[in-house]
Design a protein around this ligand. Sequence first.
Ligand SMILES: [Zn+2]
Ligand SMILES: [Zn+2]
Length: 438
Amino acid sequence: MAHFLTYLLLSFLIIYDSLGLSQSNQFCDAGVGYPESTCGFSSSSSSKLLIKGGTVLNAHQQEVADVYVEDGIIVAVKPNIKVDEDVTLLDATGKYVMPGGIDPHTHLAMEFMGTETIDDFFSGQAAALAGGTTMHIDFVIPVNGSLVAGFEAYKKKAKKSCMNYGFHMAITKWDESVSREMEIMVKEKGINSFKFFMAYKGSLMISDELLLQGLERCKSLGALAMVHAENGDAVFEGQKRMIDLGITGPEGHALSRPPVLEGEATARAIRLAKFVNTPLYVVHVMSIDAMEEIARARKSGQKVIGEPVVSGLVLNDSGLWDPDFVTAAKYVMSPPIRESGHDKALQAALSTGVLQLVGTDHCTFNSTQKAFGIDDFRKIPNGVNGIEERMHLVWDTMVESGQISVTDFVRITSTEWYDFIGTVLFIVTFFCFQIYSL
Ligand SMILES: [Zn+2]
Ligand SMILES: [Zn+2]
């Protein structure tokens, strides 16, 4: 029970940041909420709520209990709580009551490949809430390499927010000022996770030399280093190879950057992190090759975290081979969705703890945007959806199939993130519960 309360308090604690962003009820005010949903208490709702008789779940245990909430903060979880008449009652008998999901990997309103993702901080978050995710962590992309300018730009984008969010910071180049600004992010802005790109040659990719310096800097700041692990030089060659062969359709995307390149970069990043002696978080683990490198490192005692994304867990590359370009282009993301077999292996790795938590890499482009690459797969904006679908797809794929327990479900879709980061300082809170039918 102690664990349970600790987590719920963390999860629902309203933390007003020092940057002037205020709690928003735009989701409710805009009238796009689901009337039967328990999400979206507007400011006019009672500030006292009792959720009665549900099976309350956390990452460690489950029990039938009531949850009493005042002003958005859970103050009691125990059976048969008695309350006054002014408390709103919600009957959860026969249902699970669990913390809202945390999606650790999203890209809302991101400028990328000559366009901007079609989901912004409002539409993306509305989708998240509809699917049971109540917090996400988005990647700030620096502006002309400046982290401070990037942070300011994302603060503006996030003004549309209607739920909790946090930020990671992408590092897209390296020099003294980036190194200095990393300290500002950690000490003043509450951003303590930095992503380095080993792919996207000519735009986001950094060399091993710079990656090493970035890892050292993360270590000195006590920040978490994250990597997009693909060998960008080899991907560049693979793309040229496909074009030379006349393969210009979406299938060329997967053929040009096979699993071996993800495995190679994952292994390299893991070894460099070991050399520096700092933890490493590998985002969007899409292949057996990468997963096995993580398994080996973890077995040896190295602190490596592996994040599969829901598209990699539940899809295979058959969509990329669809003869209809509009359909096939929807499946283009990096690293690519792999051929059948990788999905099941990633599921197994998640169930045995080799991989720890599930993100989405939600990064959506519409078919007009995807059509930029109609003649050349290299120009198809990379990204798939998932922020709305993640919770129920993980439930269907992992819990319904018996691969994980309901408490594991809470851990890998929600609480695990807190174990890594401890405190996420830059949060705007929107209050939401998840109630699932048993
Ligand atoms: Zn990435
Ligand atoms: Zn991403």
